[in-house]
Design a binder for this molecule. Structure first.
Ligand SMILES: *Cc1c(COP(=O)(O)O)cnc(C)c1O
Length: 431
């Protein structure tokens, strides 16, 4: 698959190169620039098709010039020993649970596929890679788990000090081995900027074979399209609306790709918390990225979503085109709390604050457009956000044992200032 940079028509790379490059040399994001039509591939699936079969078929189609069917099968089967689950919660709304992977969040899908693809393609000319990644919480833990123990690959994770949950922090800082954590005095946007600046330094990037694993990496984005296809097949009936709780807009962009490649979908709802630059843009046509604010749904506290550039390419930078496919909505912390309580009371269903943001936006959209079926994405297990859930509902959701056992492990992280020089110094000390 030939990919191009969002900032330079002429900068192109194959998928297997782009996953190691991460951010394009001009600072843009790789996106599939060819016209893709997967209608024939989608046409082979129905409600009985297993998730891994869908993933393998789509991988084989996407990478048809870069690997064979066996290669696609190897990548997929190494990546996924977990699956999405579709749950009926309330009338006309299905919740697509994406938290049944090793770190109980949807980012496991992208991170596992990326790690598996890198393992597949690493020996083609490159001896090692260092993954540099900024996280607002869940990316880092999913990446850490996906890459833990992988040969010839090290991971350096930057996270905002005091702005991730205690459990998220343990997930980032207790693995050790090839996983290294930098605790940054600043916000997620600072972490993201530092990583971008490090990648902007060509000699540093070259010297340490730096790669990215953020949602900017096309190797994470592409596999996130699989569960939209799977859910659409499961659901079977009238074309659904997909509602996606969004922060950096990687998850929804993958869904938009699936739809633009031929998956029958009615519409998308982009749901945010108070970090609402995209819903505002959809409403008034003005895009004004800014510093993020802290909310209950902290994995979505992003004030300048990276994937906006990919969406712009998809829609030719025309807000009228965006609006044909996406509706925007935002949900306050108070509404998030009310939704978590109400849904628990009415249906006995516990949801994490991110999922609640999506759920309320799904309900409001249904009321607005006359009750179309909506599939809303659940991005994390409620137990990952036990503090918020406990505050709101007075219930401490149980965590799977893999996660709860982390709480007793020792944190190992280096506290650093929010300057790119800190990254370089760390690399020089350690590699
Ligand atoms: C990352 C994350 C999101 C936001 O996903 P984007 O792809 O950044 O839009 C939502 N919920 C949870 C739990 C997350 O970890």
């Amino acid at each position: 698959m030939v990919l191009k940079s969002t900032r330079n028509e002429n900068a192109s790379a194959q998928f297997k190169e782009a996953i190691f490059i991460g951010l394009a040399p001009d600072g843009g994001l790789y996106y599939p620039a060819e016209k893709i039509d997967f209608s024939d591939v989608y046409g082979k699936f129905d409600s009985t098709t297993p998730f891994n079969t869908i993933a393998t078929e789509l991988t084989a189609a996407f990478l048809k010039d870069e690997t064979d069917r066996e290669g696609a099968e190897r990548i997929v089967n190494r990546a996924f020993n977990f699956e999405p689950v579709l749950a009926e919660v309330g009338e006309g709304i299905q919740v697509l649970e994406l938290f049944h992977g090793p770190t109980c969040a949807f980012k496991d899908f992208g991170a596992s596929f990326l790690a598996s693809s890198m393992e597949e393609f690493l020996n083609e000319g490159k001896e090692r890679a260092i993954i540099l990644t900024a996280t607002s919480g869940d990316t880092g833990s999913a990446v850490a788990r996906a890459f833990y123990g992988k040969k010839n690959i090290d991971v350096v994770i930057l996270y905002p000090s005091g702005r991730v949950s205690p459990l998220q922090e343990k997930q980032l800082t207790t693995l050790g081995g090839n996983i290294h954590a930098l605790e940054v005095k600043g916000s997620f946007d600072d972490c993201q900027r530092m990583v971008k600046e490090a990648f902007g330094n060509a000699s540093l990037k070259e010297e340490f074979s730096l790669s990215s694993a953020n949602s900017i990496n096309i190797g994470r984005l592409f596999p996130q399209s699989f569960y939209y296809v799977w859910a659409r097949m499961q659901q079977g009936g009238e074309n659904p609306v997909f509602c996606v709780p969004s922060g950096n807009f990687g998850n929804i962009t993958a869904g938009l790709y699936a739809a633009n490649w031929g998956l029958p979908v009615d519409h998308f709802v982009a749901a945010t918390n108070a970090n609402k630059v995209v819903p505002e843009f959809l409403e008034n046509g003005v895009y004004s990225p800014r510093a993020s604010v802290t909310t209950h749904s902290n994995a979505m506290d992003v004030g300048a979503p990276s994937n906006f550039e990919r969406m712009e390419m998809l829609y030719n930078k025309d807000v009228a085109n965006f609006r044909k496919q996406i509706h925007g909505d935002w949900v306050s912390d108070k509404e998030t709390e009310e939704t978590m309580s109400r849904i628990h009371k009415e249906y006995g269903y516990l949801m994490c604050p991110h999922t609640a943001v999506g759920y309320l936006a799904a309900e409001r959209y249904r009321a607005k457009v006359g009750n179309k079926p909506v599939i809303t994405l659940s991005t994390a297990h409620p137990g990952k956000f036990v503090e918020v859930v406990d505050d709101v509902l007075g219930i401490k959701p149980e965590l799977p044992p893999e996660l709860s056992s982390l709480l007793n492990k020792e944190k190992k992280a280096e506290l650093v200032e929010n300057k790119v020089e800190e990254i370089e110094a760390f690399l020089r000390r350690n590699f």
